[in-house]
Design a protein around this ligand. Structure first.
Ligand SMILES: [Zn+2]
Length: 252
């Protein structure tokens, strides 16, 4: 699949061409608006050419730009899980389903805000706004999905499907193209490896569910993994690292 990465401050978004238009997977922090506009210009894409936005889950670093983008192009159809629909309406990263940071080392880095802010975010986070975002109410034209869904069945002319990959959050979904390319959102990652993340994202809602989603992605035939945080990597990494982090190590 011809996947065009749109690298924002923290989040990798992706554009995929579909019959002359583009599907955007995820947005970024609201603060990333100028950067987002610059990035899509660099790859010669106009907001008017985007037909759909697929949200991998409701977190602020994935849906933060939704309002800005829709303000410019109101005909874009937002595709999201039925569970995302409720969570995105609350305007806050869900913390009611438990979980925490993947291990003590990551918790240390995050709490100390040392490396995390300087190296990863490359910006200062306004603490009062942290984890909150402008709520989004589903519009008539948006597409709510439940269960595995072929892209063609929701009017996206691409060979692939959306699969449910919960664990990071309850509403997490991934896009798996028939050629094995997988846009996985935060259902896997490639960041802070020196802190023992082993391809997990730093915050996990349910470790068991997270790895079960890896099993699903592996058995569904994924080959190349495109995470929202960090560089793309081979499915072999998931096979190698699956079940390596332990639920007991999660720091609440
Ligand atoms: Zn997330």
């Amino acid at each position: 699949m011809n996947i065009i990465p749109i690298k924002l401050s923290v989040t990798n978004c992706f554009l995929v061409k579909a019959a002359g238009q583009y599907v955007l997977i995820d947005t970024g922090y609201e603060e990333d608006w100028d950067l987002f506009c610059k990035r899509i210009k660099e790859v010669n894409v106009e907001l008017s050419q985007i037909s759909h936005i697929i949200l991998t889950h409701h977190h602020d670093d994935h849906c933060g730009l939704l309002h800005n983008i829709l303000r410019e192009n109101n005909s874009i159809r937002v595709v999201m899980s039925h569970l995302c629909q409720d969570l995105i309406l609350k305007g806050e990263n869900d913390q009611t389903h438990g979980g925490g940071l993947i291990n003590k080392r990551v918790a240390f880095l995050i709490n100390k805000k040392q490396l995390y802010v300087s190296m990863i975010l490359k910006k200062k986070i306004d603490k009062s706004k942290n984890l909150k975002f402008r709520p989004y109410e589903k519009r008539e034209c948006d597409i709510i999905i439940k269960g595995q869904t072929r892209l063609a069945d929701i009017g996206i002319p691409l060979d692939g499907k959306i699969i449910e990959t919960p664990g990071h959050t309850v509403d997490s979904i991934s896009i798996l193209f028939d050629d094995g390319d997988c846009l996985i959102g935060d259902s896997a990652a490639n960041m802070l490896k020196f802190a023992g993340t082993k391809n997990c994202v730093i915050r996990i809602g349910d470790m068991n569910m997270y790895y079960k989603s890896w099993e699903k992605v592996i058995s569904a035939g994924a080959i190349r993994i495109f995470p929202a945080h960090g560089k793309p990597f081979s499915i072999d990494k998931l096979k190698e690292n699956i079940w390596k982090n332990k639920a007991q190590s999660i720091v609440k």
